[in-house]
Design a protein around this ligand. Structure first.
Ligand code: ADP
Ligand code: MG
Length: 319
């Protein structure tokens, strides 16, 4: 692409912390603490599949990094650095400035500097790939296989708003500007609980970030940990914007709606007080929503303790 190096210099090259080597050489160099391991995760975002062609580039820059930071959070890892590979059909400076400013703003706020990547011209549409690197004590990392019967199940943040915004933008719900106004930020500006998550190792057992829907994602923990779960429907943290919706739609958005980028984690009940205290210290919304049980299966109970038969799936690209 003409101007490839100018683009990199102008939009993607930023100062990095001492002892880091960032953009401009064949590889980046990063310091890793003794006794910790690298936590690595990558996500691909395609125009037309993961974001709309006319999406606000500032929100896209934020979200491309936020969804990756969410994976570090779900492991209990501390961000170290990130890589950005981007394929563009052409050069739009206003778009690139808004995108990169927002990407770097979140990178700076989360101590996850951009240290490298790749830039090419695409055949069609924008393609983005972000890789994050973090570090974590391997003995305390929040693995999906680490849940134990008797554990509490916790969720950070609020459920359902991103799904409702997506349905509105896709025309799957009748136009409702007030409802879109109240839910859109959840879809376009996800805020994973990064500081809270870094302090969870040692307090929690298993964790994951909710990206494809609570029920589907929780099943990954249950499968990996070979156990079952009971969820109390009334304890689930429903986003307040969903209050006016009819119950069927609200339930689907809460249980199966994706793009949440908040944590679902399990922990020994003896840790309750410390977990609640950590949430208060870090300004994190937190709800205790159920328990891990021995055996298998996921049971959802209403306020009276009766099982609810509403266990749909979540998002599956090949489903
Ligand atoms: P190479 O030919 O070794 O792949 P490039 O010419 O592609 O190197 O990139 C030059 C430098 O710019 C490298 O340090 C690379 O990591 C960095 N870089 C390229 N594109 C991006 C990007 N989108 N964001 C951050 N760094 C980038
Ligand atoms: Mg290259």
């Amino acid at each position: 692409m003409a101007n490839e190096f100018d683009l990199i210099e102008q939009y993607f090259s930023r100062p990095v912390p001492e002892h880091f080597l960032g953009v401009g050489d064949d590889c980046a160099l990063l310091p890793v603490d003794a006794g910790r391991q690298l936590a690595v995760s990558t996500d691909l975002l395609l125009e037309g599949r993961h974001f709309f062609s006319d999406v606000d580039p500032a929100s896209l820059g934020h979200k491309a990094l936020a969804v990756n930071l969410s994976d570090l959070a779900a492991m209990g890892a501390e961000p170290l650095a990130c890589l950005l590979s981007i394929s563009l059909p052409g050069i739009d400076h206003a778009w690139l400035k808004a995108f990169s400013d927002s990407f770097h703003a979140l990178a700076a706020a989360s101590s996850c500097p951009l240290v490298g990547g790749d830039t090419t011209r695409s055949v069609s549409g924008i393609v983005l790939s972000v890789t994050v690197l973090g570090q974590v004590d391997p003995a305390l990392a929040l693995r999906r296989a680490a849940a134990r019967p008797g554990d509490d199940i916790w969720i950070t943040g609020r459920l359902g708003a991103a799904d409702v915004a997506l349905r509105l933008l896709q025309g799957r719900l009748p136009s409702d500007p007030a409802l879109l106004g109240a839910t859109r930020a959840a879809l376009e500006w996800p805020q994973p609980p990064l500081v809270f998550a870094q302090r969870l190792p040692g307090l929690a057992h298993a964790a994951l970030d909710i990206s494809d829907g609570l029920l589907q994602d929780l099943r990954h923990i249950l499968k990996a940990s070979r156990c079952g779960a009971e969820l109390d429907y009334g304890a689930l943290p429903v986003h307040p914007a969903l209050a006016p919706l009819d119950e069927g739609l609200r339930r689907e958005a809460v249980l199966s709606g994706g793009d949440v980028y908040q944590l679902c984690f399990t922990a020994d009940p003896r840790m309750r007080e410390r977990i609640v205290e950590l949430a208060a210290q870090t300004g994190t919304e937190l709800a205790r929503v159920g328990r891990i049980v021995s055996g298998q299966g996921l049971v959802l109970r209403d306020a009276g303790g009766q099982p609810i038969d509403a266990l749909g799936g979540g998002y599956d690209h090949f489903g």
